[in-house]
Design a protein around this ligand. Sequence first.
Ligand code: NDP
Length: 518
Amino acid sequence: MAKTENKNPAAQKKVTKKVAKKVAKKSLGQPELRFGGWQYAPAPEGTDHVAIEDRYGLFINGEFVRPKSGKYFATINPATEKKIAEVAQANGKDVDRAVQAANKALPGWRKLSGDDRARYLFRIARILLERAREFAVLETLDNGKPIKETRDVDVPLAAQHFFYHAGWADKLGLLFPGELPEPVGVVGQIIPWNFPLLMAAWKIAPALAAGNTVVIKPAETSPLTALRLCEVFAQAELPAGVVNVITGDGATGQALVRHPDLNKVAFTGSTDVGKEIQKAVAGRKVDLTLELGGKAAHLVFEDAALDQAVEGVVRGIFFNQGHVCCAGSRLLVQESVHDLFVRKLQRRMARIRVGDPLDKNTDMGAIHSAEQLQRIQGLVQAGVDEGAVLFQAKAALPKKGFWFAPSMFTGVTQSHRVAREEIFGPVLSVSTFRTPEEAVVKANDTSYGLSAGIWTDKGARILWLASRMRAGVVWNNTFNRFDAASPFGGYQESGFGREGGRQGLRAYVKLRSGLLPG
Ligand code: NDP
């Protein structure tokens, strides 16, 4: 029985009233507490069901092996700064071993019928769902993102990608009528830290569906769910060498993209590293797709359902602490409703619960790393120095770990760094427009082009705007909606190639002209 519980109902009522009064007094100004002192009780998700090894090797040729480098590094929980486990640092020899394993597995895997490959993918998807709670908790521990996001977004969407691509594995011929789709070969994949499991699924599922084999490198600071996925592959009895997971830092990634036996590189990460990779594969017979950064604009018109738009803007920038390539980090709001909209946003931001990522009531978790926190702080300081006006929600941030309060700049001009550079954190910059033409010019005034959001009541205006936005994805009266069937990717410095949908599969096949057998 909990310490405060009292068996006498009258006495219990008295205690509750007293506590409520105390809480209300203490928390004047916190809007959710004004009406009777209701507070959310802590609701932490348990971690007992997640067994974590002290040390992880590399997953090569269907088993965990020690790295030839002999080196390991720690991965920490960003919310507590405590070490979770050690993972192997793969060097050039390890990378070579993994690529050789993928090469050896290729003939057998590509020879399987699409139907057989589909069975493996379905099996992986189902096991992932069966182990959903374990994956959600592990992702939250390793990444710092709230459990309600890992539970409701990362894990189910990752499973959806395996299900979706399982559905295509035996129907590739229908995707490319009159052509013979063949696997590209051995694919080297590199993923970032912001959606570790989801990005692994985005990359691995289409590659396998199309008959390729894979060597994948997760980010240095969030490798645990990709390693846990190897257990799922083993459980699904995926043939050895079809997927190999090598952990390490940027040097490991470099060794992978430079390996001469790769047929394709698929990279998701920053634009700077994307450019380096482009140079590394230039002049070689290696296919390349790049999913890079973004600086997406929300356009909010005066006729929009403003409260709904506030929710969309909040979701667009504060989801996953703003560590989202397609985050709606620039808000362009029509001048006539600017003041009202900003007031509504401030009120809403004050209600965002920042704290223990394992708590089911938490809206915003920890910033992923000390390095990322420093970058956010630096850019926010630049915003202040350049004259933009900073508003920060009064969140009680934990003492340990990496934290940043939900933040918003108003009075931002197109030349401010906070309007041009990807902050990759919970920071919104707000400026205004008067006409739809001006909105389009300002929204497109960026070196990126990954996503955009339009908020208006008028269907014709949505179509007019959407066809003029230089962005790979344009959401209308919603934001950050993802589906495995929907292609995702960018323009300009946001990269090239698409992931998801039929278009995403195109990057994993070579087409030979010739009729397919029935
Ligand atoms: P980075 O580009 O720093 O790293 C991405 C991956 O590349 C990591 O695994 C990293 O290893 C590795 N890497 C680093 N240097 C090299 C190199 N020289 N050669 C090969 N691989 C290398 O990005 P972040 O991890 O910091 O992720 C954030 C970025 O990713 C943001 O810019 C974001 O916009 C973008 N992103 C884009 C998405 C999209 O779909 N367009 C989706 C998600 C994120 P290590 O971890 O050791 O540094």
